[in-house]
Design a protein around this ligand. Sequence first.
Ligand code: ADP
Length: 463
Amino acid sequence: MFFLYFVISFVPLVIFSATMNVVLENYFEGRNEQNLLYQANKLAGTIKTSNYLTDPSLSAKFLNDLDEKSVELTARIIALNADSQVIADTNRAETGKILIIPEVLDALQGTAAANLHENVGKIYASAAIDGNNGETSGAILLVYGFNEVYDLLASLSHDWFILTIIISIVIAIIVYITSSHIIRPLSRLVDSIRKIADGDLRERVNVKNKNEIGVLGNAINIMAEKLESDDSSRSEFVSNVSHELKTPLSSIKVLSESILLQDTAPEEMYKEFLQDINSEIDRMTNIINDLLSLVKLDNREAGINLKDTNLRKVLISIMKTLYPLAKVKDIELTLEADKDVIIEADETKLFLAISNLIDNAIKYTPPEGVVKVTLENDHQNAYISVADTGIGISKEEQPKIFNRFYRTDKTRDRETGGTGLGLAITHSTVLLHNGSIKVISKEGSGATFIVRLPVKQNKEDNK
Ligand code: ADP
């Protein structure tokens, strides 16, 4: 990451300084060439009008003029005749010699030219000197040292280089600090995830960043908490199952031993003990049946037999089976369901789930209380509510009652015959039907369970 940041910031700088040099060189070259061409043409015009080439008596003045111009332009000036012979040179070096270079030949053919000769670091600019009759009577050549510009560019690129190095160092420091700011927490995250993966479910990530890494850390912590709680609830479940089965087994053992140890016992005693043993066996059977139902619900693939189900009819048949129970306790059991509500459901599972709720309501309501079952619906959902006037459930216990084997403090020791699995079954069944369940209750003043189940969407409605 450090390397990446570095490249991203360093490479553009290098490219920038390199292109800058080329751009500047082209700029100076173009400007100078144009300027020199202009000056050469101007000079050629002056030479023509002053008759410097035709009047030999003016040659001293001519050279003097060129010298002045040369100082002004900081360029060497060479004048040539039509035969390409140097007739005046402000450096004096070439006077009398024949000078054959492309710019001079161009000028003698009537076209002015200006070019940079990079090997010598000079710009040659030429212009034709016209004769009186329209012919070309000579040429003027300006030689301008471009090395100054080269020096300037060299010193500029040196400055660029220094600047690039300084900026790179600053960027490197900033990037190092920020990347370690990101990488250190990340490697801490990775360490924690490894520990969690190795089975240390108590491990938590300690990341205080407020950025995405902090969010990730939090998510990992939540996941670890969930794993830990799943893990502990699994072992709790096994210990609960063992415990729940052990209690009736111990009773059976005590009961059977007491009969076995008695040589002669009255028949009524046998009967009574056997009845007790029988009811303990019933209890174990109930627990095992409930556990089997739960296992089936957990194993979603085991198949859920969905069919169009009329909720009102299901509720009516549940009422029929539970009515005798309510009657024994003198509880008023009512159903309010004026419309048929069709949902897609596994009727057997749903029957058991709702029965559990109504059965509980009767179980945990003292005699002469009221249990009211209501069915309502809107476009999307059906709502079944089971309200009782019983002992209620405290706020603290409400979230736990759907856990397997959970029984509230008030009911734990009671002989209600519950297994603590009923609500867990109801909860799983409702989830299996894509619904939800909630409880509204205040300790001592009844409880209302509300089940929401999605209704079957009529295909005609969707059109
Ligand atoms: P159980 O077999 O004990 O009834 P459930 O899973 O059906 O097990 O219920 C769990 C616990 O929730 C019960 O033991 C009871 O303490 C509490 N509970 C359930 N329904 C009610 C209710 N209608 N009123 C008060 N408490 C209830």
